[in-house]
Ligand binder design. Sequence first.
Ligand code: ZN
Length: 390
Amino acid sequence: MDAFRIISCPIEATPEQAARIEATLRSFARACNYVALRGKQEKVSAKRKLQKLCYYDVRERFGLSANLAIAAIQRVSVAVKTSGTREVSFRPKSADYDARTFSFRERDWSVSLTLLGGRERFPLRIGTWQRDALTGTEPRSAVLCKKSNGRYYVDIRLRREQPPKQEGAGTLGVDMGVKNIAVTSTGTIYSSEALNAYRLERHRVRKSLQSKAAKGTRSSTRRNCRKALARLSGKERRRCKEENHVISRRIVREAKAGGLTIVLEDLTGIRDRTNQRLRRSQRGLHNRWSFHQLRQFIEYKAADAGVPVIVIDPRYTSQTCARCYCIGKRRGDSFHCPNCGHNDHSDKNAAKVIAAVGGAMSRPERSAVYCVWHGAEGKVEISRLQTGEA
Ligand SMILES: [Zn+2]
């Protein structure tokens, strides 16, 4: 997992400073494009080779300081390696800074940055959250960027300090789904009802705008619809992100308080697997809910809090009985086990199964897990999963 966190800080710049920032961003982007072109011509992408090839050129042509020139070369090298066959190109939106070109001063909440023609100091326009995060730190790298609102930011990179993981035998299973975004094995339900209603409404608005954008008689109508669509998608994304933050924060807090290990399902590829089982009206919703994002949020918040997280295979967790580990029947919200007669809310039952599987995985030396798989014509069944003391 990423061992850094980014603290995004708007900076205050006078018009003269803004002009110098613009000039620096332009030079940095032009330098990157130049390095990418030379690299392509000479068929090199390794940082060291690119550096040998064009370091002096870059400094002379674009007036960048030594470390900014190296940062440009580094950026190209990374971009080329991750771009595959795509052509890389750079826009004057950001530049990378290291400990030689950037420094942070807590005394007056300011940063100093190397720009074209010298160093400049900028006050940060930040609130309590950023100040708390930056207090007592010595950040060694940052990215100067111009965001789409036209303002300048310094995204400060902080090395994450991860507290030692707590030791505990208990687990907190988390079941994720369409109707309830998350349900924990302790019975907490994070319902998606309100959000789903909101998103269905958005979906309807979007559909109507899309058809107008495609069939509008005037080009200005079509253009306005496209603009409105772009605005909406940003709004919806932010709302979902906020919700994922809230849910993940609560789950981590609960695990921390109880000294529990969080157990999540690995939902990679959930779109392919579940789509056939969903009603048409649910499909769009499911596809757009970012379970991946929720998992990421839980993982990094847990790491910050010293809460361990384990990820398990999601197959059969929703059909298995949490009491006897036989395959039971799930109908809507309710789960029934014909073997032992256990009845429960279906998502809570699934969360408990997830917790049990995770518990068996996290302390294999103290538990016996018997997982007998009856594989016949693709039909697999967990017949017994026992998590007692060995
Ligand atoms: Zn049962």
